[in-house]
Design a protein around this ligand. Structure first.
Ligand SMILES: Cc1cc2nc3c(=O)[nH]c(=O)nc-3n(C[C@H](O)[C@H](O)[C@H](O)COP(=O)(O)OP(=O)(O)OC[C@H]3O[C@@H](n4cnc5c(N)ncnc54)[C@H](O)[C@@H]3O)c2cc1C
Ligand code: HEM
Length: 400
């Protein structure tokens, strides 16, 4: 238990965390990887290079410090991180390693400001947070152990089928290697895929949303080939999956996790996706379509052009067969042939959609690049849609 005095000390470090949080977490990761190079197999080295994980951890530590007197308000964040941790098979003893290097980093970065009192307060605060997270994750592991078809850690799946969905998106249909049951999951959830990359001599793990409705036969993930033109760096795992993983090959994956899932507030659902962000929403859409419940479903998708649009035919079929589903497609540029197909030109813009109305009694699900999500959320909230009805997921450490 933290004393009142210790809580005050933690609060007094908030301004320092606000300005120097990322420097602290950057120092922390460098320190931890120097002492534990094996952890480079666990962490996403792309996120380390781009600084996304350092920022996500700094934001989490800051939020914790700000709410030190009432950690209960952090439960949604603890749950989101917990799902990610569980999908990476993080174990309680690893919290000691993180704690040791976080405290040493506070001392090394804050120098004279890190008095014994400050260090003691942070030691107690870290212990409290670690306890909260370990407890939450233990419940999630236990749930997996008790659920048929789920597992803890890693399991081999075979790539039964590889299907090109667009110029840059390929689906992988996965079945268990040992013939056991395919796990059930909640539409919107993801799995982690663990791959050994010979060129950097490391295992690397990435998350991929399941892009199909739950079924007995397979899990489907759909992967976009990442290229970063600005930095001339290719995405490590996505390119490996596209180029090196073939039908019949084995992939090591974790049990489905994630809390970006279908809610049950209103029958009307609006799915808003940018580019590859459509995968978790495809799972939700397919699943609601199959349930044949009479809910109104609106699918809004934006991508660069027709060549990169995946699942176009699937959408055509669903909308033809189910009158409750309406779809609206945005392309950055629309040529004459496309104009005839009733698509919209430019970035996502609700006002361009015929008969569009911001419906307060509906659930809004958004997935796509960060600026896309931010713009959509802003437009919705500016038009009196309650934040409680808006759900979104970023394909990387949470930064919004
Ligand atoms: C919950 C969740 C669900 C996801 N679902 C999907 C999905 O359904 N489909 C899908 O395709 N992806 C999905 N992702 C994203 C996926 O996990 C990977 O992040 C993605 O495939 C890129 O991984 P990579 O190894 O190919 O790229 P990385 O090598 O990790 O690189 C990522 C990006 O950063 C750039 N980069 C790397 N190093 C640097 C550097 N030094 N400076 C600047 N830029 C750099 C790369 O070029 C690339 O654009 C999901 C992510 C999450 C968290
Ligand atoms: C109190 C301690 C911890 C905090 C506050 C914390 C916080 C976080 C946060 C905020 C994320 C990003 C979640 C997201 O938005 O996707 C994350 C991811 C992650 N955490 Fe933790 N974590 C803690 C402990 C640990 C431990 C003990 C380990 C194991 C050594 C660990 C390993 C990871 C890994 C591997 C990721 C994914 C990284 C990536 O994708 O780049 N964490 N954690």
């Amino acid at each position: 238990m933290l004393s009142d005095k210790q809580k005050e000390i933690i609060l007094s470090t908030v301004p320092l965390l606000r300005t120097g949080g990322v420097a602290l977490t950057t120092h922390f990761y460098n320190r931890m990887f120097t002492h534990h190079p094996e952890l480079k197999n666990l962490f996403n080295m792309g996120n380390q290079q781009s600084g996304k994980q350092q920022t996500a951890l700094a934001m989490a530590v800051l939020a914790y410090a700000e709410n030190i007197s009432n950690p209960a308000v952090l439960m949604p964040a603890v749950d989101l991180i917990g799902h990610k941790h569980v999908s990476l098979n993080i174990q309680p003893e690893q919290y000691d390693i993180v704690g040791t290097h976080l405290l040493a980093s506070i001392k090394e970065v804050l120098q004279d400001l890190a008095t014994d009192e400050v260090l003691d307060a942070w030691k107690a605060a870290y212990g409290q947070l670690a306890g909260l997270m370990i407890g939450h994750e233990a419940k999630m592991y236990e749930g997996k152990q008790q659920t048929n078809g789920q597992w803890v850690g890693w399991k081999n799946f075979k790539v039964q089928r590889k299907v090109q969905e667009s110029k840059e998106i390929t689906s992988f249909y996965l079945v268990t290697e040992d013939g056991s049951a395919v796990p059930n999951f909640i539409p919107g959830q993801y799995i982690s895929v663990q791959v050994f990359l010979p060129n950097i001599n490391l295992n690397q793990i990435r998350q991929y949303s399941i892009s199909c409705a739950p079924n007995k036969d397979y899990l489907r993930i759909s992967v976009k080939r990442e290229r970063n033109e600005k930095f001339d760096i290719n995405g490590m795992i996505s390119n490996f999956l596209h180029d090196e993983v073939h039908e019949g090959n084995i992939l090591s994956i974790s049990s489905p996790a994630g809390n970006f899932t279908l809610q049950n507030m209103y029958p009307k659902k609006v799915f808003i996706s940018g580019g590859i962000g459509q995968t978790p929403l495809m799972s939700m859409l397919e699943s609601l379509d199959q349930s044949k419940e009479n809910s109104e479903l609106v699918w809004i998708h934006a991508c660069r052009n027709e060549e990169v649009r995946a699942f176009g035919n699937r959408l055509e079929t669903i909308t033809k067969e189910n009158q409750q589903v309406k779809q609206h497609q945005f392309y950055e540029v629309v040529n004459e042939t496309l104009a005839a197909k009733d698509v919209y030109e430019g970035m996502l813009d609700f006002s361009k959609i015929e008969k569009w109305q911001f419906e307060p009694e509906a659930e809004y699900y958004i997935c796509g690049p960060k600026p896309f999500i931010e713009k959509a959320v802003k437009e919705l909230t500016d038009n009196k849609i309650s934040e409680k009805h808006i759900f979104f997921e970023e394909f990387g450490p949470k930064s919004i």
